[in-house]
Unconditional design. Structure first.
Lengths: 335, 792
């Protein structure tokens, strides 16, 4: 057989012989070994005329590389097929990662949703003045609505904020002054009220949202919150607005959610109360130096613990703050 | 606020079921906490007549009654002290389920009590769910017929909606207020209550009223009645009071309460003969005292609103509670019926200070309607005339300094309504909604209207308030879900917040568990920590002594957390990101972590690894990262164990071992070595992130070597590292790290070994063994000489 024909057929021949069960090592020896067929061809190239030498040489090298691949692969598969298997049922190493607290995870999840909606994140202090927490929000000293905010005072004018809305006026003022209108912000954080039972903790978390623009409506608020509820809980979730009163929003509403199809995994078919919202009260805008004839906006304060309790079926809010190992260990999924 | 379905229907002819009504109110008006069917709750209870009462043969405290129940007579054992022959009582027969105020419902069965068969039970009010204080069985009006259904006979076969009214809507603290909402929702008309007619006759009244300070009292209306007798109010009225959770007392008192529940106007009845004919409303004097109806002597303060009688002596705490001296009694024949409008802020302040809240104060403090005082009086007189033969003496007493109530006229365009809500509400709908709610809508055109709120809607003063009225009645559910259409600025990322997210992931990835503890702590815990309480933030009125202070550090919560668990693992670690607080009221966000185990060196290695991961995740890990031994760590850490953490020359925190005495006092039993680290997050994140510049990668192979160094146990690793660092080879690059530390056999007891791994490279050529060997030999000699170690 002339060298050219040999090169053209040898690959198929090797494949056939491998399939027939011949040893790859032996084939390698026979073809690519020191006295192998292909080795001999390569050595004989120098005796050929120059033009023939170039084309045949190129081809021979290519074929040699291909055969290497073919024989190497065959060697591996033969090892497996001869029953020399690793134990593929070995266990993984013990997982040593820690956990992120479900409150942080829920805040992160909500923040990510609002970032998609072009909201910026701000944070405020937890110790605030009476003015920031109440007066700026249209709740003067003797306002009966203060009764709903069982407040922890530090001194007569200083307190632990009862709501993340305490950031509203400061942020609006700053942004109005520095020409950063319109405003789209969220402010997650800790809040405090004198209350402790299965559904109340003296410390809890809210995520404040505030949008102020020349045109934005109550319908927009409803649309945004319906979107957020669906992102968080799935497309199966419905939202409804229910009338409520907050001195710093007008009109005001509370947002309830329910699932169209409950399945027992925290998917309630009854309406469950979630959080409050409304159109920013003109007096609050004025307090921030914003002309309510030009701007209007809306705000909400999403409770963080409630969705965690609903989603993970946690029966008592206080469990979230006990930080027992057995509780924390259940939340290692979201790293 | 309890609303009786039947009472409600006197004002609005609704045919909606209570459940559907509750759904509608919940969305449009107020929260509905519960719907309770008293017919269901009292089902099966019957009226009985006690025929005979005889002693129980086997028990001193029990007696045996025969009770007529329809045609049958039942023998019933009863322990009530007030049981007597001839009484009309409530009987629960076997098979009936009763619903007590406290505890679970239970079903009666025929039983034997101390050897006597008992064929039922005579019920006390609380046993059947009526919230009345009782000292025995409930005794009914004798007109009730034995054997009849108790609920029906007593007028309790009703359905009660328990509503939670927001503080802006005191008008909803009444049946007529809720009826008005229903009328607006269902577009029905509202019936007016029947009133007595009498007018103001100047100077004809037998009592004179003055208001000293009109800012305390907007209006004081009253009427003097004679012919008062101590009779009970009619059963239907008692039933409605009971369903509202108010205890029936006597006709006069019951009527004042009834009118309050019906119209929302609190009233008070004074015994005129004990009050005198000169009444005044004024602010309390300093050190003035008053004994209120409940028998408590109370210290008053300036700003408390007082009603005074003869010689200016205080007789009542206006709007909150009457005084003992002018209380009506069974001998009262003439009363002054007060229907006033007191300043809400004053009432609220006084009632909160004294911890004295009543149905009246809860209404006044939200701001009542001065226009309602006379209507309420006329309603009360009408009802009293039905019940007892009372006569009005003289006519209406009415002091109204402002003389009329100024109502705002609020101008609104439909364009503005649409701008706020995103929907169009037609002029016809607007008019219908507002008029049903009692608003006037003058100047109504296609494009705009004026709204004048009724006097009882003092919460409505600006256009946005009117818009809320429109949308809540028009229907929140009809509001489309849109999305904001304004300009979107490029959002400015909050690097600090984002870094906290990265920090959490890095530390959780390093095997630590994030905690979120309450920010509170106790004096006792601070003392255990050796923290002076004066440097911490104290709450004015804490929930408990456990939560009196705000935490000055994350350490105490970590320690309490460990004390509560018994984890054997050596490196069970926690971390927390949150604020800590210092007096007078400063706060600082810190990131703290703690590790628990038995081997301190191991804990340092784990902590330092976690710190590196953290700093790398935050892009703050470069050559300037330093851990330096420091003397001034927090007092809870072991002296000499503390390392100060610094980045870019800025000290950002520390790590060190918790003192054993603190670990003991927190009762941590196993895994008693604790390493605590805490970082000032704001300081750390204020440093510039590391800038990564490309360095050429050597194309030439490097050479690796390991050295084992056997040293005295007491020699710190830093000595070794520093010495290696100090002797850099010239012309080639060398990197090194300690990859193993070992103590134990075959080493001597006082020895340990370090395995140091070296990597040699050169950017522009292939290294030769000789030059590496030369450096290794140099190092071996250097270490052996300087550190007195064995190198192999």
């Amino acid at each position: 057989m002339n060298p050219n024909d040999y090169l053209s057929t040898i690959q198929a021949e090797v494949s056939r012989r491998l399939a027939a069960g011949e040893s790859p090592d032996q084939l390698r020896q026979e073809i690519l070994g020191r006295k192998g067929e292909l080795t001999l061809i390569l050595r004989s190239l120098s005796t050929l005329p120059l033009d023939e030498r170039a084309s045949l040489g190129q081809k021979a090298n290519l074929v040699r590389d291909s055969l290497e691949v073919l024989l190497t692969a065959a060697t591996g598969s033969q090892a497996v097929s001869t029953g020399d298997l690793p134990d593929i049922t070995v266990p993984e190493y013990p997982v040593e990662h820690g956990t992120i607290h479900p409150i942080s995870a829920m805040v992160d999840e909500l923040v990510a949703i609002f970032e998609d909606l072009s909201f910026e994140v701000v944070e405020g202090n937890e110790i605030v003045s009476d003015r920031e927490n109440f007066e700026n929000l249209n709740m003067d000293k003797d306002h009966p609505a203060r009764d709903g905010h069982d407040t922890f005072y530090i001194d007569p004018t200083t307190l632990l904020r009862t709501q993340t809305s305490a950031i509203q006026v400061n942020e609006m003022k700053k942004r109005m002054k520095t020409g950063q209108m319109p405003i789209r912000i969220i402010a997650p954080g800790k809040t405090y009220r004198r209350d402790s039972d299965a559904t109340h903790s003296p410390m809890f978390h809210q995520l404040e949202g505030l949008l102020v623009d020349t045109q934005t409506t109550f319908s927009d608020l409803k649309g945004i919150l319906a979107y957020v509820a669906q992102r968080l809980f799935g497309d199966d979730v419905e939202t409804r607005f229910r009338t409520h009163f907050f001195p710093y929003t007008e009109p005001s509403a509370e947002v309830d959610i329910r699932w169209k199809n409950g399945n027992g995994e925290g998917k309630h078919m009854q309406w469950i109360e979630w959080f409050g919202c409304g159109m920013v009260h003109p007096k609050v805008l004025e307090r921030a130096g914003i002309n309510p004839k030009v701007y209007q906006g809306w705000a909400f304060g999403i409770g963080i613990e409630r969705p965690i309790m609903v989603r993970h079926q946690v029966p008592d809010m206080r469990i979230l703050f006990e930080n027992s190992r057995h509780f924390l260990d259940q939340f290692g999924q979201n790293l | 606020m309890n609303i009786s379905y039947r009472w409600l229907k006197e004002f609005v002819r609704t045919t909606t079921t209570p459940e559907k009504l509750a759904d509608a109110l919940r969305v449009a008006s107020c929260e509905v906490e519960s719907i309770e069917s008293w017919s269901e709750k009292l089902k099966g209870l019957v009226v009985g007549k006690v025929l005979t009462v005889s002693p129980h043969p086997n028990a001193d405290r029990l007696r045996v009654a025969t009770v007529l129940v329809g045609k049958d007579t039942k023998t019933i054992v009863c322990g009530a002290p007030n049981l007597a022959e001839g009484q009309t009582v409530v009987v629960a027969l076997p098979g009936v389920t009763i619903h007590p105020v406290k505890g679970d419902p239970f079903t009666l069965s025929e039983s034997s009590i101390r050897g006597m068969k008992s064929e039922g039970m005579l019920c006390a009010a609380e046993e059947i769910g009526l919230a009345l204080p009782s000292e025995g069985i409930l005794v009914l009006d004798e007109s009730l017929v034995a054997g009849t259904d108790f609920a029906k006979a007593a007028g309790l076969d009703d359905i009660v909606l328990d509503l939670e009214i927001t503080p802006n809507r005191p008008d909803l603290l009444s049946h007529i207020g809720i009826a008005r909402e229903v009328a607006a929702l269902e577009k029905k008309s509202l019936a007016e209550p029947a009133l007595a007619s009498f007018e103001r006759i100047l100077d004809a009244a037998p009592a004179k009223v003055t208001i000293d300070d009109p800012s305390l009292c907007l209006r004081y209306s009253a009427v003097v009645l004679e012919g008062i007798r101590d009779v009970p109010s009619p059963l239907w009225m008692q039933a409605r009071l009971l369903l509202s959770g108010v205890r029936p007392i006597s006709a006069v008192v019951d009527v004042t309460n009834y009118v309050m529940l019906e119209l929302g106007q609190p009233m008070h009845a004074f015994d005129l003969d004990r009050l005198g004919d000169t009444i005044s409303v004024r602010s309390s004097h300093r050190n003035e005292r008053l004994t209120t109806l409940d028998g408590i002597d109370r210290q008053l303060e300036s700003g408390d609103i007082m009603i005074t009688g003869q010689k200016g002596k205080a007789v009542a705490l206006a709007g909150i509670m009457g005084g003992a001296t002018t209380e009506i009694s069974n001998g009262t024949t003439r009363v002054l019926l007060e229907s006033a409008c007191f300043a809400g802020a004053h009432i609220r302040r006084t009632s909160r200070r004294l911890g004295l809240r009543s149905e009246a104060s809860g209404r006044f403090e939200k701001g009542l309607d001065p226009e309602q005082t006379v209507v309420a009086l006329k309603r009360a007189v009408y009802l009293l005339q039905q019940v007892a033969d009372v006569k009005v003496i003289g006519g209406l007493i009415d002091v109204y300094p402002a003389n009329q109530d100024e109502r705002p006229r609020i101008h609104l365009t439909f364009a503005r309504v649409q701008q706020l809500l995103g929907i169009h509400i037609s002029a016809a709908e607007t008019k219908s909604i507002l008029q049903h709610l009692g608003f006037q809508t003058p100047s109504l055109t296609k494009s705009s209207f004026d709204a004048i709120p009724p006097s009882w809607r003092r919460d409505v003063s600006i256009p946005e308030d009117v818009v809320e009225e429109l949308i809540r009645i028009w229907g929140f559910d009809r509001l489309p879900a849109a999305l904001p259409s304004g300009v979107i600025k490029a959002p400015v990322p909050n690097a600090y917040f984002n870094d906290k997210r990265r920090a959490r992931r890095a530390l959780a990835g390093a095997g630590l568990h994030e905690t979120v503890h309450l920010s509170f702590t106790s004096l006792q815990t601070l003392e255990k920590m050796g923290e002076p309480a004066s440097s911490c933030v104290k709450l004015d009125y804490p929930l408990s002594v456990e939560t009196e202070y705000l935490v000055p550090s994350h350490l105490p919560h970590f320690l309490e957390n460990y004390a509560g668990t018994n984890i054997k693992e050596t490196t069970y670690g926690l971390f927390e990101i949150g604020r800590v607080f210092r007096a007078p009221h400063s706060e600082q966000e810190r990131l703290s972590l703690i590790l628990r185990g038995n081997d301190a060196e191991e804990l340092y290695r784990v902590a330092k690894t976690a710190l590196r991961r953290l700093l790398a995740a935050l892009e703050r890990l470069d050559d300037t990262y330093e851990l330096v031994s420091t003397e001034d760590g927090p007092s809870q850490l072991v002296a000499g164990s503390v390392l100060q953490i610094s980045v870019k020359g800025v000290a950002i925190g520390y790590l060190g071992l918790v003192k054993p005495e603190i670990i003991s006092v927190f009762k941590i039993r196993s895994g008693r070595t604790l390493l605590f680290a805490s970082l000032d997050l704001e300081k750390l994140l204020a440093t510039a992130p590391v800038h990564l510049s490309y360095r050429p990668v050597s194309a030439f192979p490097g050479i690796e070597r390991d050295l084992t160094v056997i040293a005295q146990r007491s020699m710190p690793a830093s000595d070794l590292l520093r010495l290696i660092e100090s002797a850099q080879p010239s012309g080639i690059e060398r990197r090194h790290e300690i990859v193993g530390i070992f103590a134990g056999k075959p080493l001597a007891d006082n020895e340990k070994s370090f395995t140091v791994h070296f990597e040699y490279s050169c950017p522009d050529r292939t290294l030769v063994d000789d030059e590496v060997n030369q450096d290794q030999n140099m190092l071996t000699a250097l270490l052996t000489e300087k550190l007195k170690v064995k190198v192999g």
